[in-house]
Write a protein that binds this ligand. Structure first.
Ligand code: BEZ
Ligand code: FE2
Length: 407
């Protein structure tokens, strides 16, 4: 057992002081130090510096580890140009980012206080790096392919990757399923993969309504995707409509990434089915996509969380930076309320969306916690200060083990 005494603890709905946390893999008890040391005699004791804040470890539900090699190779500003640049550079990016490069990206997330991430894995090149990661990992094996003639081959490759991820038996590693998007996956494949996820209780995710091009292609078989599909895949029609695509996920608690172009009916469907929306503001800005309408999500009581996307559409894997950018992009949102919602979107709400027993400092939760070195006593505006000042993160605990800093 360990007992930690920070200056402040961020609980679900308030910040407290003069309390300590006793934990092993899980948070066992939050109480005054004297009470804990009496109950857990012989526990390893750590007392932290003035103004230290213990808060939940951050959760990055959507990142592409395999594309961590990109810095300047991909074209930004327009979604289709970016996609063409991904296709052109895919082999180089992936081959040039081996285990060390992927481990570096994962290490960067750890240093930034990310204790859980959702890895969207296109090729399973990141399986070993994710197996070796210190963090909890939801490993989303991604299925992509819109051509019926390729369906069998693509599905068996997908199944082999799902099976390989199931052989990873370490604590905090969860095999899962990603469907690339409505425009890129044949409905037969979507249905088969969703069925597997439902039968085996695996988490499900998909990119959905990321670009204007996607909207135009799915609705009217026109727009920037027309030339793309005609030239590269000899298709003149979309394989799914948006509504059909959403209906395949019914009963699954799926996580949908981007959703920057959803119409009223799709928003209603997302609300009705309790899907979660993953907000990746930096990626959306860099790829020339619209800004997520968070007000509309709130009005429809849709849970939304915050993620970085991969280094293929970001310059860092830092949820504090991501929250800051979102705070400034949503310039009409009430500042304090929105800052708190962003923090919830990288902690408690992200844990709920991924179905993980983490994201809150509370008895019985997994001991995924970070220590943030504040510089003064927190005020009611702490959420704003945390987002603006990017305080030093001096310790990171994952399932009770110290993974950054020392005891
Ligand atoms: C496809 O396989 O159909 C596809 C893959 C990536 C982007 C677009 C389409
Ligand atoms: Fe993505």
């Amino acid at each position: 057992m360990k007992i930690i005494t920070p200056h402040y603890i961020m609980l679900r709905d308030r910040v407290v002081t003069n309390l300590s946390v006793a934990f092993d893999k899980k948070i066992q008890k939050i109480a005054p130090f004297e009470e804990l040391i009496e109950e857990f005699e012989g526990a390893e004791v750590t007392t932290l510096r003035e103004h230290s804040l213990l808060m939940p470890g951050l959760i990055n539900a959507h990142v592409h580890i395999e594309f961590s090699g990109n810095k300047t190779e991909l074209s930004y500003g327009d979604f289709l140009n970016w996609l063409y640049s991904v296709i052109e550079n895919r082999a180089d990016l992936i081959n040039e980012c081996g285990l060390e490069c992927m481990a570096e990206a994962i290490g960067k997330m750890l240093a930034n206080g990310i204790t859980t991430f959702g890895a969207i894995s296109s090729h399973a090149m990141d399986l070993e790096a994710c197996e070796k990661a210190k963090q909890n990992v939801v490993f989303f094996n991604e299925l992509v392919g819109s051509q019926a003639t390729m369906a069998d081959a693509l599905f068996s490759d997908f199944l082999a990757r799902v099976d390989a991820s199931k052989t990873v038996k370490r604590e905090g590693f969860y095999p899962a399923v990603a469907i690339h998007s409505p425009y890129s996956v044949h409905p037969i494949l979507v249905k088969k993969a969703v069925e597997i996820a439902k039968n085996e209780n695996l988490k499900l995710t998909a990119h959905f309504m990321e670009s204007i091009a996607e909207r135009e292609w799915l609705d009217e078989d026109k727009g920037d995707f027309k030339e793309f599909f005609e030239k590269l895949l000899s298709q003149d029609q979309s394989v799914n409509s948006a509504e059909e695509f959403l209906s395949y996920f019914e009963g699954s608690d799926a996580l949908l990434t981007h959703v920057t172009n959803a119409n009223k009916n799709e928003i209603a469907t997302i609300a009705k089915n309790n899907y979660t929306v993953i907000h990746c503001p930096i990626s959306n800005r860099l790829l020339g996509n619209p800004t997520l309408n968070i007000k509309e999500l709130n009005e429809n009581k849709i849970r939304w969380i915050v993620a970085t996307d991969g280094l293929s559409s970001n310059y860092d894997l830092d949820l504090f930076e991501e929250m800051k950018i979102s705070l400034f992009m949503h310039s009409s949102a009430p500042l304090l309320e929105f800052a708190q919602a962003l923090l919830d979107g990288v902690t408690v709400h992200a844990a709920e969306a991924l179905g993980l027993n983490t994201g809150v400092i509370e008895e019985g939760k997994n001991a995924d916690m970070i220590v943030v070195d504040l510089e003064a006593e927190p005020t009611a505006e702490l959420p704003i200060h945390l987002i603006l000042h990017r305080y030093n993160i001096s310790k990171v605990f994952i399932n009770g083990k110290i993974e950054k800093g020392a005891l």
